[in-house]
Design a protein around this ligand. Structure first.
Ligand code: PEP
Length: 255
């Protein structure tokens, strides 16, 4: 069971750091966050590579930083070469799991598999961060709304969110990720309404309290407030600008 947060700032370290570098940035974040006067209604989540998770977990122990994973497998044990189970992630203290990131969708991750992972994550009482968003071509072809609605509907098919559980839908325009540009705040606002309505439809109007919408795509300390000031956006998912501990905590403080 996860408590509801008013702000959620998530770092996705992807495959960018060694174990040693991950530990160093984690220590820096822990030190800087302990000095910032953040309300405890803000969730700061860091998703290192699987390999670095256990060392980073040791650093975060006793701090307010929450450990997250970049993906998972929807089963506890079995012959699944190369996969990592929720059961094992949980033993490290991992609470949040990114699912359906566009970089994984580009590698063949299907809507069906994302749906299984969402269900398994909730069954383990962990918090799914479901990423949705359109590619540049889809936007050009005016398919943005359709793509996002479809991805949300498929990810949430037959999903049961129990009392007290939370879910995050991260709207991430794929063509903006890693580009150094952000989308216009008005467009992020419009998309947050599409995301919310899709959730309401997919969940038959239930469990609205469990929904948290965040934005992702080249967010920096200079741009973060543009998004977190929007009515329906609770936070951000940060890639590139989360790799440096000081820069990330700057984003957290300005969110
Ligand atoms: C991401 O990969 O989800 C992301 C938002 O990356 P960046 O901040 O680098 O665009």
């Amino acid at each position: 069971m996860t408590k509801p947060f008013e702000k959620i700032i998530i770092a996705n370290w992807k495959m960018q750091l060694t174990i040693e570098e991950s530990v160093a940035e984690a220590k820096e974040m822990k030190k800087l966050l302990s000095k910032s006067k953040l309300p405890n209604s803000t969730a700061v989540v860091v998703c290192p590579s699987f390999l670095a998770m256990s060392e980073v977990a040791k650093v975060f122990k006793g701090s307010d930083i929450i450990l997250g994973a970049q993906d998972t497998y929807p089963g506890d044990v079995g012959s699944h070469t190369g996969e990592v189970s929720l059961r094992n992630l949980k033993t490290l203290g991992c609470e949040y799991v990114i699912l359906g990131h566009s970089e994984r969708r580009a590698m063949g991750e299907t809507d069906e598999s994302i749906n299984l992972k969402v269900k398994a994550t909730l069954e383990h009482d962990m918090l799914p961060i479901v990423c949705v968003g359109e590619t540049y071509d889809e936007r050009k072809e005016e398919k943005t709304n359709f793509v996002v609605i479809h991805q949300i509907y498929e990810a949430l098919k037959d999903v049961n969110i129990r009392e007290g559980q939370q879910i995050i839908l991260a709207y991430e325009p794929v063509w903006i990720i890693g580009s150094g540009q952000v989308i216009d705040a008005n467009e992020a606002d419009r998309m947050s309404q599409i995301v919310r309505q899709s959730y309401v439809d997919a969940m038959n109007g239930e469990k609205l309290d469990a929904l948290n919408i965040i934005y992702g795509g080249s967010v920096t300390a200079e741009t973060v407030a543009q998004f977190t000031n929007l009515e329906k956006i609770k936070g951000v998912l940060v890639g590139g600008a989360s790799l440096d501990g000081k820069t990330f905590i700057d984003i957290v403080n300005k969110a």
